[in-house]
Design a protein around this ligand. Structure first.
Ligand code: TYD
Length: 208
């Protein structure tokens, strides 16, 4: 049986800076000799890219549970084709958004039932769960400024929606403190990375 790797997810509201941090972590881990795969949801692979296009740019009506199922469909394919094989081959998989996005956005943001979404997340992912999750927390006002004026369908959902998403992430972190670590993302990129790195070193037992 191959050595099992780790699965680390990066989460937070739009404009929190998690993509930048996930790329910095990838570089840092590679410099420390780890074999890393960086990926993202939605839309890491062929079919997922089509789903991503619908989710972010379809301009007609989308029912909240239809939205949830599209994210879940992308996830099911992503887990099977990319994430699971990489973890099983001993890689560290860094994923920019995963199951907690569905709970924060479709659950706390859109108001869909959290337990039902958790059940559906479990169906989509089977026994592959994140070992560690970073939630980059930033005030909604700052995050919205970072997103700028060119917004996709999700980013255009309004400030009240994004405030609920932020609070949703904080609740998730409170419920699963062992897995989910909050990083204050109000600061500059370097400071946020220092905080992230400390938590990561702790988790992987890296002595800098
Ligand atoms: P993306 O451009 O990847 O945003 P970001 O760079 O902030 O990650 O778009 C993904 C959008 O989809 C983002 O607004 C969050 C949303 N989303 C959900 O609502 N539910 C989900 O399950 C996932 C994975 C993403």
């Amino acid at each position: 049986m191959a050595k099992k790797g780790y699965f680390i997810t990066f989460e937070g509201a739009d404009g929190c800076g998690k993509t930048t941090q996930s790329k910095l972590v990838q570089k840092y881990l590679e410099e420390n000799g780890y074999d890393v795969l960086w990926t993202r949801e939605p839309g890491a692979i062929g079919l997922g890219q089509k789903i991503r296009e619908l989710l972010l740019h379809y301009d007609g009506d989308v029912a909240p549970m239809c939205e949830a199922f599209l994210f879940l469909a992308d996830r099911a394919q992503h887990i099977e084709n990319i994430i699971k094989p990489a973890i099983n081959s001993g890689k560290i998989v860094i994923c920019d958004r995963h199951t907690d996005s569905t709970i924060a956005y479709q659950g706390y943001g859109r108001g869909e039932d959290i337990e039902r979404l958790t059940y559906l997340n479990n169906l989509a992912t089977g026994d592959t769960k994140p070992d560690l999750t970073f939630v980059f927390d930033v005030s909604t006002e700052i995050a919205q400024l970072r997103v700028g004026d060119e917004k996709d369908r999700m980013e255009s959902a309004g400030i009240e929606f994004h405030k609920k998403v932020r609070q949703g992430y904080l609740k998730i972190a409170k419920q699963e403190p062992h897995r989910v670590k909050i990083v204050n993302a109000d600061n500059c990129i370097e400071d946020v990375f220092e905080d992230t790195k400390k938590l990561l070193n702790d988790f992987l037992k890296i002595n800098p």
